[in-house]
Design a protein around this ligand. Structure first.
Ligand SMILES: [Zn+2]
Length: 242
């Protein structure tokens, strides 16, 4: 009897481990399209477990990572999961502003041979605050052509931070907005310690002008499935000015 019970316990713990590796509490990967995937990791913020979203794009020339995991224990598991899911290595990584939930893994990934990028403006802030830095610096909005995909980095002005950029996939109409854009669930604009309260709304309007009729708007934290995130953020940013 005891042996059977032990066997059951052993089997249950094995299957629990397998589940943890593939879907994991620490790292979630959700398919957006065949090539685009959203990954989510978690960290503590004001004593609460908060999710952070990043994205990756699978191309014939390798995998492009947009931002790095917030949870530093997930830097390597993310690479491993991508390799086992798609049979491809990450070749490029672009961080969208200087905060840890975006740039924390840059130096880790550079050591793995991945080309890492931020803007010059982000790099200035990363140096100032002792955050991780990228190997390559973008001096202006830049079009990347990787495999058969094209996308551009766009600096719309100050908002969440002075350096926040978004990534626009014009053909697929995917806007990767990161922390500049808030989820429709959010009741406020979140951490505003580095924000520009006066310019935030104008900056969101610039994103709307540049990124016409997005099919997806990927936000930095929380629910990323609602394209109304942009209008929702604008409303809150307008209120911020008053
Ligand atoms: Zn953030």
């Amino acid at each position: 009897m005891n042996k059977i019970l032990l066997l059951i316990v052993a089997l249950v713990s094995i299957s629990a481990n397998v589940t943890a590796q593939t879907t994991g509490n620490g790292l979630q990967i959700t398919r957006l399209t065949d090539s685009f995937h959203i990954y989510t990791t978690y960290n503590l913020y004001k004593g609460e477990k908060v999710p952070a979203n990043g994205m990756y794009l699978v191309t014939s020339a390798g995998v492009v990572l947009f931002d790095t995991p917030w949870d530093t224990t997930q830097f390597q598991p993310l690479l491993d999961s991508i390799l086992s899911k798609h049979g491809k290595n990450v070749t490029h990584c672009i961080a969208t502003h200087f905060h840890d939930d975006r740039s924390g893994g840059l130096e880790f990934y550079q050591k793995k041979g991945i080309k890492t990028y931020t803007t010059v403006q982000t790099d200035k802030l990363s140096r100032k605050y002792g955050h991780k830095r990228a190997e390559f610096l973008l001096k202006k909005d830049t079009v990347f052509n990787i495999g058969s995909y094209a996308f551009e980095t766009y600096y719309p002005g100050e908002g969440h931070t002075p350096d926040n950029i978004v990534i626009w996939f014009g053909k697929q109409k995917i806007l990767y907005g990161a922390c500049l854009i808030k989820s429709v669930e959010d009741e406020d604009l979140g951490y505003l310690g580095d924000a520009n309260r006066k310019e935030y709304a104008t900056t969101i309007k610039n994103v709307q002008k540049k990124c016409r009729q997005p099919r997806y708007v990927i936000v930095g934290h929380g629910d990323w499935t609602n394209v109304k995130a942009l209008e929702h953020t604008l409303k809150m940013a307008e209120a911020l000015k008053q």
